[in-house]
Design a protein around this ligand. Structure first.
Ligand code: 8X3
Length: 262
């Protein structure tokens, strides 16, 4: 009887990229469920404002955790200073991530590629490694990674972004293999096109180009993705969602492309 009567609730949820559209939607849903929150992000002001918003609407303990996700030492330092009543993290949501550019590979900015690998992959594996040890010791925990359909379906200009999300998918599945016997769940949520700041970031602030991505169609929202995350996280603990691929009904697949000569 759990569709979805919230059979299980995580007690302490750490969300990276918590001030973005996805992160704040997740934070609000878990606050509504009464979970303690660790809000990670690099912008202290934005975290304070999200914390205030949560305080105004819910009565859950919140710990702001401010660090640059690409800075390994800062991450270590911030996680080392989590107060004792927040330390037993039982849900880590690796949400921080981004796409930069949509140019063909031979024209891309190599620094954009490096940034995507640093945020989407290196930061994600470091966070996971730092939190996973305690989960394994306590034999309790859930890692939810925010992947993308781009990890399964390549598209022109997706190059390194697609590759980082394929990494996230396979890392999630491999983690499941390692966590056998530890009562730890791992889930890769793989959203399609969702109306957020994602495209504005990808197009480096070009609002007009970003708006076109979401024009004249039915869009999914960050709240829709939060629904998928909360559902996966609140299932009874014998039930692991390995991967969940979601997209708007108005999005589907194109044919493979064939180059033809004149
Ligand atoms: C975002 C989905 O299709 O823009 O991860 O790559 S897509």
């Amino acid at each position: 009887m759990y569709s979805n009567g919230y059979e299980y609730k995580p007690k302490i949820v750490l969300i990276t990229g918590s001030t973005g559209d996805f992160g704040s939607a997740f934070a609000k849903r878990f606050a509504q469920l009464g979970c303690s929150l660790i809000l990670a992000g690099r912008n202290g002001e934005k975290i304070a404002s999200l914390q205030q918003d949560i305080r105004d609407n819910y009565t859950v303990p919140v710990h702001p955790c401010i660090f640059d996700i690409t800075d390994k030492d800062a991450m270590l330092q911030a996680l080392g200073h989590i107060p004792s009543d927040f330390q037993e993290i039982d849900l880590l949501i690796n949400n921080a991530g981004l796409a930069l550019g949509l140019d063909p590979a031979y024209e891309c900015n190599i620094e954009d590629w490096e940034t995507m690998i640093e945020v989407n992959n290196l930061a994600l594996i470091r966070m996971t490694r730092m939190v996973l040890y305690g989960m394994a010791e306590r034999k309790n925990g859930h890692i939810i990674n925010i992947g993308s359909i781009a990890g399964s379906y390549p598209y022109p200009g997706g190059n390194v972004y697609c590759a980082t999300k394929a990494f996230t998918k396979q890392f999630s599945l491999a983690l499941r293999a390692d966590m056998q016997g530890k009562n730890i769940r791992v889930t890769n949520i793989e959203p399609g096109t969702i109306k957020t700041q994602f495209s504005e970031v990808r197009f480096k602030g070009d609002k007009e180009r970003a708006a076109k991505v979401y024009e004249n169609t039915n869009n999914m929202t960050a709240e829709d993705v939060a629904e998928a995350v909360v559902w996966s996280a609140t299932l009874p603990t014998h039930f692991n969602v390995n991967r969940m691929e979601i997209m708007p009904t108005t999005q589907s697949f194109g044919p493979l492309s064939i180059e033809r000569f004149d």
